[in-house]
Design a binder for this molecule. Structure first.
Ligand code: SF4
Length: 481
């Protein structure tokens, strides 16, 4: 079932969306600074483990096995969550998931919820759906809070406000955060303290908490959230009702499998040996934590993705964001241009599969890569992103979306099939070079007419040589070609 991401509807194609980001020097400075720092730290953390590659291959094998038997493990997860006192709901698409959550919040009698960072609910546009139903959703992850206060969109999986620097955040807090001190500076400890005071009030008054999950263990019906700030622990333990929206691909068979991922994820994402907070819960425990627990299992295009033999590897993703931090395209454009909660290399292959390729942004995403392969090298679950990109590009061309490219290749084929036509084309090209005149300075053509201008808009084209090889051969050896 193909899903939708309502909050990103109407985005232009990637090249247009990226244009302003590439021209924004402040944004590029912020991005380069942040990605370089995370990339370097990650490299050091990974190098500490001799068996990193073995762990990586084990994680790949576990995910592939689980995805191949997804029906079995999801049913097992449902049985065990239910046995532990939770309730399981199945959502085919974004609208259905949002409706289930809205009804659950209403049943709990709440008009406000506190949220742990959750990509699945960004994907479904839950906050907007709740707002339309008169329910306020408070993001409690610091970076998500910054994004929410700025009526912005996340631009990185792990650091959603990576495009903001601290001066911008200080100004935003003073202007928008309830209770922020008027003399708040952009000193990071003071910014963190202001956010903490604001969020503490929300945590203590919330009756409904909302989360995603990094993993779901089928054997015991346990959900796992890993995080760094402790806001997750508050959301997951303080409110009376807890609702978790989780993509179906997050299930793992057993705790032994979980062990592999808990070794890989912190080093790949925050470059830590172990993440500061790992919260695991199984249903409800009388007198301890939420007494009403609901798990919403979300498809939203995942089962369609599973049917694609090459593309399904994207479902192995554990959202560590390592591929973003090494991507030369992401470093220059930032995340907004990808038009999805999933930016960077993983977004380029995942969003078109989850949403289909009908919109300009989704049709353009497989081309938002240099195919350098750095994303594949760092991926802790060995997703061969370039392989998927190449296949998606081929499909895009096949589906005739790139008519001008098809026309150029058809014309080339026609010319190359006949020596006479080739000779005529070469004479025409030499003549064209003379016509191009000053436009072909230094052996490069700066501007070609449409539709070939799509090439010269962003790069030069080599000018045809003044004389073809055939003409040179005929002139110097006295024979025709
Ligand atoms: S594709 Fe791999 S590197 Fe990128 S976010 Fe997913 S798991 Fe991490």
């Amino acid at each position: 079932m193909t899903g939708s991401m309502p909050t990103y509807l109407g985005m232009p194609a990637f090249p247009r969306a990226a244009k302003s980001a590439v021209a924004d020097s402040q944004l590029r400075r912020n991005l380069t600074h942040a990605t370089t720092a995370i990339r370097t730290k990650r490299g050091r953390a990974v190098a500490e483990l001799d068996d990193w590659e073995e762990l990586r291959q084990a994680a790949k094998a576990i995910k592939d096995h689980t995805l191949a038997h997804l029906d079995t493990y999801l049913v097992r997860l449902e049985e065990n969550v239910t046995r532990a006192g939770g309730h399981v709901h199945w959502a085919g698409g974004a609208a259905e998931a949002n409706e289930i959550v809205t009804n659950l919040v209403r049943q709990a009698g709440a008009d406000k919820i506190v949220k742990v960072k959750s990509m699945a609910t960004q994907e479904t546009g839950l906050n907007e759906a709740l707002e339309a139903a008169g329910i306020a959703a408070i993001e409690t992850d610091l970076a998500e809070l910054i994004v929410q206060l700025g009526h912005d969109r996340p631009s990185h999986i792990l650091v959603p406000a990576i495009h903001r620097n601290r001066a911008e955040i200080g100004e935003l807090f003073r202007r928008t955060m309830p209770g922020a001190p008027a003399d708040l500076t952009d000193d990071p400890p003071r910014l963190a303290a202001a956010a903490r005071a604001h969020l503490r009030h929300e945590f203590l008054n919330a009756t409904v908490g909302m989360s995603g999950a990094n993993f779901a263990v089928a054997d015991t019906g346990s959900l796992v959230v890993v995080e760094s700030e402790g806001n997750g622990r508050m959301c997951l333990t303080l409110p009376r009702t807890l609702i978790s929206v989780v993509g179906v691909e997050k299930v793992l068979p057993s705790w032994q499998d979980l062990e592999v991922f808990l070794a890989l994820l912190p080093r790949s994402s925050t470059a830590e040996r172990m993440n500061p907070y790992t919260t695991i819960w199984s249903g409800v425990t009388p007198g301890d934590g939420p007494q009403d627990f609901h798990l919403v299992l979300l498809d939203n295009g995942r089962t369609d993705t599973l049917a694609d033999a090459t593309g399904r590897q994207a479902l192995r993703c554990i959202r560590c964001s390592a591929c973003l931090n090494v991507c030369p395209v992401y470093e220059r454009t930032g995340g907004h241009a990808y038009g999805s909660p999933y930016p960077g290399p993983i977004g380029a292959i995942l969003s078109p599969q989850l949403r289909g390729v009908d919109s300009p942004i989704d049709a353009s995403l497989p081309f938002a890569s240099s195919l350098c392969g750095a994303c594949y090298e760092v991926c802790p679950v060995a997703i061969n992103i370039p392989e998927v990109l190449v296949e998606q590009r081929a499909r895009s061309v096949e589906s005739q979306k790139h008519l001008s490219e098809r026309a150029v290749f058809a014309a080339s084929g026609y010319v190359l099939r006949s020596p006479r036509r080739l000779a005529a084309a070469q004479r025409a090209a030499s003549f064209g070079r003379r016509l191009a005149g000053p436009g072909a300075r230094g052996g490069r053509i700066r501007r070609l007419p449409p539709p070939l201008s799509a090439w010269t808009d962003t790069r030069d084209a080599p000018a045809p040589p003044p004389e073809s090889f055939r003409a040179w051969w005929a002139r110097t050896r006295g024979t025709g070609g």
